[in-house]
Design a protein around this ligand. Structure first.
Ligand code: AKB
Length: 328
């Protein structure tokens, strides 16, 4: 039976990966951790404060709960990392290094998400191969490539079972992403439902790979469950489910909300990051080696996203009104 520690558990992926892991392996077998505390009133059953740059804290938590697998999600995303490159280096690099060190000492397996950000302007843009040029021009990308290499090194040198995928932009309705370049593809759904319009910070023709959260969860769990003998790459697998531009996404939303409008106010920093990333990944290695097969495309994701998000926003609105009434 697995005993899992998730770092960065209160972020966009962790907020949904923890419940998915608990459903699969049991509530008592998944410890969530973060440097923030869970919201007051949350029914979080097993939480630890863990700063992933503190090796002793990770090691103590692993020992206390007899952890054998670490999902290491704590990291700064691309746009924030460009604003705070030193902090990004410390958290993204320091975190992965310390988690791998604890894994070496304790025999844990490790999942680390890399990203399309691990590629750069010199990478082939279309059907970007699994193994290709990786010369990113962002601090986020530098930490992602270095993290991929460090995972490979810890496996080759010390036998740590370090696996991972290169995630594209991830779209979900539970927790918002914090400070990424692909965040527009989440914000747009919220704004479409709330206001019927959205001002996009990327150019209309910016094509990027994307994935709906249920597929991202399958990827994170699937790559860790496949038997070792099938893996030729093990780590940093390209995975994608779709690619689209803001214009195409807006057109799909308009099929559900006919009056929806989009305009553009380009943020030069995030645009430069997006321009340096691939348009579409070739994920055939993941498909061959561990049967990666995403379920959602742009049409089915948009239908599901709008259906699930609408009642959540309505609930938030009601709660806000009630709070205002009480305070008033
Ligand atoms: C970001 O935009 O920084 C992330 C990513 C693609 O890694 N969503």
């Amino acid at each position: 039976m697995k005993k899992i520690l998730v770092t960065g558990a209160l972020g966009q992926i962790g907020s949904e990966l923890v419940p998915a892991l608990r459903e699969r392996y049991g509530d008592d077998n998944v410890v969530s951790s973060d440097v923030r505390m869970p919201a007051r009133g949350s029914d979080e059953p097993l939480f630890e404060y863990v700063d992933c740059t503190n090796l002793q804290q990770i090691a103590d938590t692993v020992a206390r709960h007899e952890v054998d697998t670490i999902y290491h999600l704590a990291a700064l995303l691309s746009a924030v990392a460009e604003e705070r490159p030193r902090m990004a280096w410390e958290i993204n690099m320091g975190g992965v290094y310390k988690v791998l060190e604890v894994a070496r000492q304790t025999g844990c397996a490790v999942f680390t998400p890399s990203s399309i950000g691990a590629f750069g302007p010199g990478t082939p843009k279309e059907r970007t191969p699994q193994t290709t040029v990786q010369r990113p021009t962002t601090m986020y990308g530098v930490t992602k490539v270095a993290g991929e290499l460090l995972c490979d090194y810890y496996h080759e040198r010390f036998g740590v079972d370090a696996r991972g995928v290169r995630f594209p932009g991830i779209i979900s309705y539970v927790a918002p992403p914090g400070g990424g370049t692909t965040d527009y593809a989440v914000e747009i759904y919220y704004e479409a439902l709330k206001n019927g319009r959205y001002t996009c910070f990327l150019r209309p023709d910016s094509r990027l790979d994307m994935m709906y959260m249920p597929d991202a969860l399958h990827a994170a769990i699937g790559v860790m469950e496949v038997s070792e003998e099938r893996l030729r790459h093990r780590n940093a697998f390209n995975v994608t489910a779709m690619n689209f531009t803001p214009v195409e996404l807006a057109a799909e939303i308009r099929r559900h909300i006919p009056g929806f409008t989009i305009d553009y106010q380009v943020d030069p920093i995030r645009q430069a990051i997006a321009d340096s990333w691939p348009d579409s990944l070739d994920d055939s290695a993941a498909r061959d080696e561990w049967d990666w097969n995403p379920e959602f495309d742009l049409a089915s994701m948009t239908a599901d996203m709008l259906e699930k998000l609408a009642p959540r926003l309505a609930r938030d609105e009601t709660t806000r009104d009630e709070t205002t009434d009480t305070d008033g």
